[in-house]
Write a protein that binds this ligand. Structure first.
Ligand code: FES
Ligand code: FES
Length: 161
């Protein structure tokens, strides 16, 4: 099946069996390896991408589902100003994600602070739980999200609010 979609801002087409997982197509056909295969059943969050701006799990999406949609992977997101906000936020929190979870944490943070520009404790909890990292404390990841939100608010509005 031929599937056309917008990938990181560029119109893209792939030929693959319609039920092929999006993560396989991204990694094998399109050489985008930032989204990581972890559990492959929708639990660990390591395969996070943005699908039409919403956080989604590439292991749970059959490729036909993205036809005419907009897919953003970490490779495309890294080119944005929003990425820089998050990079600063993580640095300020003193946390450096490993290569395995980095893309998931960054995209999850983006989704969290886009949905909730001033995230409350429940928003932070939901975001932190979306990525099953056992090596960074809850507090550090949560602070990274909070600081990223502050940086973005300051960039957009000129002050912390
Ligand atoms: S690999 Fe997709 S959620 Fe674990
Ligand atoms: S899985 Fe990457 S820092 Fe924990």
């Amino acid at each position: 099946m031929k599937v056309s979609f917008v990938l990181n801002g560029e119109t893209t087409s792939v030929n693959a069996p319609s039920n092929t997982r999006l993560i396989e197509v991204l990694r094998k056909d399109l050489a985008l390896t930032g989204a990581r295969p972890g559990c492959l059943y929708g639990t660990c969050g390591f395969c996070a991408i943005l699908l039409d701006g919403e956080l989604a799990l590439a292991c749970m999406i059959p490729v036909f589902r993205v036809s005419n949609c907009e897919v953003t992977t970490i490779e495309g997101f890294m080119e944005t100003r929003e990425f820089r906000d998050i990079e600063i936020g993580f640095h300020r929190a003193g946390t450096v994600p490993c290569k395995f979870c980095c893309s998931a944490k960054v995209l999850t943070t983006h989704w969290a602070i886009t949905s909730h520009p001033t995230p409350g404790s429940e928003d932070l909890r939901r975001a932190v739980r979306a990525v099953h990292c056992r090596c960074t404390s809850y507090a550090r990841f949560s602070n990274a999200i909070r600081y990223s939100a502050e940086v973005r608010r300051k960039r957009l509005h000129g002050r912390k609010r």
